[in-house]
Design a protein around this ligand. Structure first.
Ligand SMILES: Nc1ncnc2c1ncn2[C@@H]1O[C@H](COP(=O)(O)OP(=O)(O)OP(=O)(O)O)[C@@H](O)[C@H]1O
Ligand SMILES: [Mg+2]
Length: 218
């Protein structure tokens, strides 16, 4: 099953790239279209992005671990993730606030993996949040000089019972969820020796925290 889904996901990737490229091309001439056409176009872009996320998570789920890490800036990846998800957040009028420390060092990780993790966590935060609320992204150095990244929402929170299960493959309580988002995050982060934890209170919000290992220079 793993092999079949990975093959399928892989094969969908190319036509999906073509679809997204053409949609982006159409969006460039947006001002020439009627509002209904623009709305259709935006729905198509959103649907294509959703397929892309599913494909990436399915591929990550069945991929064998690789080590292709470089020194990267967490803040830059965070900004990229926000760019990708701004449209989705805007639909619910959710603001994303970035409180990024300029003084944190680079971390050793694969850029695409951490982008995928940030997208999965911010998407969950958007899903959990009410309209007109705020999500905060924070990077900082803790007292032990570890680089920390946090995603905090003021949404529905996670029940005590669900807290035990959220990292389990295919656990979801969403109508259209696959339940792969968090298990893929955990897998990707463990491969790079990062730690993920969370605090959550029902009806009060959730904070996911990632701790990146220090780069040891000899
Ligand atoms: N920020 C959050 N606030 C509240 N509940 C959350 C949050 N993040 C995750 N959850 C809960 O954990 C479950 C599992 O999350 P996960 O990302 O693995 O799957 P999903 O979002 O349901 O589906 P998908 O595969 O599309 O990501 C969610 O269905 C939700 O119940
Ligand atoms: Mg998810």
């Amino acid at each position: 099953m793993g092999k079949l889904s990975a093959t399928l996901a892989h094969e969908i990737r190319n036509p999906l790239s073509a679809l997204k490229l053409n949609l982006n091309y159409l969006k460039m001439s947006e001002e020439e279209f009627d509002p209904e056409v623009i709305e259709c176009l935006n729905s198509c872009v959103e649907a294509a992005d959703r397929i892309q996320d599913l494909i990436e998570n399915t591929l990550e789920f069945s991929r064998t671990p690789t080590k292709d890490e470089k020194e990267i800036s967490i803040n830059e990846i965070s900004i990229q993730a926000v760019d990708i998800l701004t449209g989705t957040a805007k639909k619910k009028n959710i603001g994303i606030i970035s409180e990024l420390s300029e003084t944190i060092p680079m971390v050793l990780i694969n850029k695409n993996k951490i982008l995928q993790v940030f997208i999965n966590l911010i998407t969950n935060a958007i899903d959990a949040s009410d309209k007109n609320s705020m999500i905060t992204l924070r990077s900082y150095l803790n007292s032990k000089k570890d680089v920390i990244f946090e995603i905090e929402d003021k949404g529905v929170g996670i029940s005590e019972e669900a807290k035990e299960k959220i990292f389990t493959d295919f656990y979801t309580n969403k109508r259209n969820g696959t339940g792969l988002g968090l298990s893929v995050c955990k897998k990707l982060l463990e491969e790079s020796k990062c730690e993920i934890s969370f605090e959550s209170e029902e009806n009060n919000g959730t904070k996911f925290r990632i701790l990146f290992p220090k780069i040891i220079t000899i």
